[in-house]
Design a protein around this ligand. Sequence first.
Ligand SMILES: C[S@@+](CC[C@H](N)C(=O)[O-])C[C@H]1O[C@@H](n2cnc3c(N)ncnc32)[C@H](O)[C@@H]1O
Length: 226
Amino acid sequence: MNNYEGTIEFWDERFGKNISEQKYYNPNSPLTMTEIEEGLKWLTKGSASIIDFGCGSGTLLFRSLALGAKNVVGVDISPKAYELAIQTSTANKMNDNTNFVVGSIECLNKIETNSMDAGISSNTLDNIFPIDAKLVIKEFNRIIKKNGKLLIKLNDTMAEAVFEDDYYQLVSENFYKEESGLYFWNLSDSKFKELISPYFKIVQYFNVPFPKTDYKNRLYYLVNDK
Ligand SMILES: C[S@@+](CC[C@H](N)C(=O)[O-])C[C@H]1O[C@@H](n2cnc3c(N)ncnc32)[C@H](O)[C@@H]1O
């Protein structure tokens, strides 16, 4: 597997800060980002089982359960994110409905073909090696049932000039390692379409304003029609 040590360190530090408190969540409380809330409403309609790659502490999966999903699987490379997800699941007596695992693509390889109704990957696919992102999409295509749904959120595309800063170290074409330890793939809309179209059909696209910045996130509603 490619080296994600910096990624793990970064996210463990972030998620580790929240671990001391027990996590309760209110199933009646919608997500603050309305576009994501709407995306999950679309995704969960008719979808009992949902898998999230790069699920973090499981926020989108817990919300999916509140919106009607029955079983969720969350994969994340950060052990601290996993701990937090388990804590929330246990505190809310949802362990029968959740399955969180620590790891990366090798976890997807173990999941049965056509076994899930829907999938999510939010702000993860353009923070991993392009070759790995392609594998995740291919695995989603295998795991998600025919006509099953997929919700993908990507970071914004950045102007080339941004990467002249020493903060970014070029790894390969349009793919950088940040000083933070994270990777960033400057993935254009057209490149994403090229990547996804052999596996999923894009049914809707939305811009999601990124709080307190001029940047946006990109939200794709996809269907497995292949
Ligand atoms: C920006 S966070 C997004 C968390 C969550 N999806 C959300 O939208 O709230 C990115 C997540 O992807 C995970 N991640 C990064 N690289 C990964 C990899 N190679 N395999 C699995 N998870 C990864 C990180 O640990 C982190 O939890």
